[in-house]
Design a protein around this ligand. Structure first.
Ligand code: CMP
Length: 136
């Protein structure tokens, strides 16, 4: 059993995709064990994307994630990390398979609707960052 993190980015929230994305997660028999709609603070976002700190897109992704409300979801289930990554699709939506969230709803890498943890270690770190109070 694993727990992973999904962030629905500002574009997903403003396009009313909270329900659609959460529906897909639940339909897969994965369990929502934490969920909140928040305005992310810059410090948390910069810590979240720390591995990209030297990349040219770092400032833009941090600006974007703090540009409007986001939804943080903790998701539990067997192989949850890999299952969620596969459901969200390739980071660049033009390479995402139809049937995935990005393959169905996104077109550009800057507005790829969701973030999900890349591996169990990243999931543990990110869950601690977004759910310091713990999950259910
Ligand atoms: P995410 O999974 O949230 O992780 C880092 C984000 O940076 C990524 O999704 C994209 O939205 C964004 N990004 C912008 N340009 C790139 C790039 N060239 N490679 C990877 N991620 C990028």
């Amino acid at each position: 059993m694993e727990t992973t993190l999904v962030l629905i980015k500002p574009g997903g929230v403003s396009r009313n995709l909270i329900g659609e994305i959460t529906r897909r997660i639940e339909a897969r028999s994965l369990k929502v064990v934490g969920l909140k709609l928040i305005n992310a603070d810059r410090t948390t976002v910069e810590a979240h994307y720390a591995e990209h700190a030297e990349r040219p897109f770092f400032k833009d992704v941090c600006d974007y994630l703090t540009s409007g409300p986001i939804v943080a979801i903790a998701v539990e289930g067997t192989n949850a990390v890999k299952a969620i990554r596969a459901m969200m699709g390739a980071t660049n939506p033009v390479e995402a398979t139809p049937g995935t969230v990005r393959g169905d709803f996104a077109l550009t890498i800057d507005d790829n609707l969701t973030h999900s943890s890349s591996d169990p270690e990243a999931a543990a770190r990110e869950l601690q960052l977004w759910f310091p109070e713990g999950t259910l």
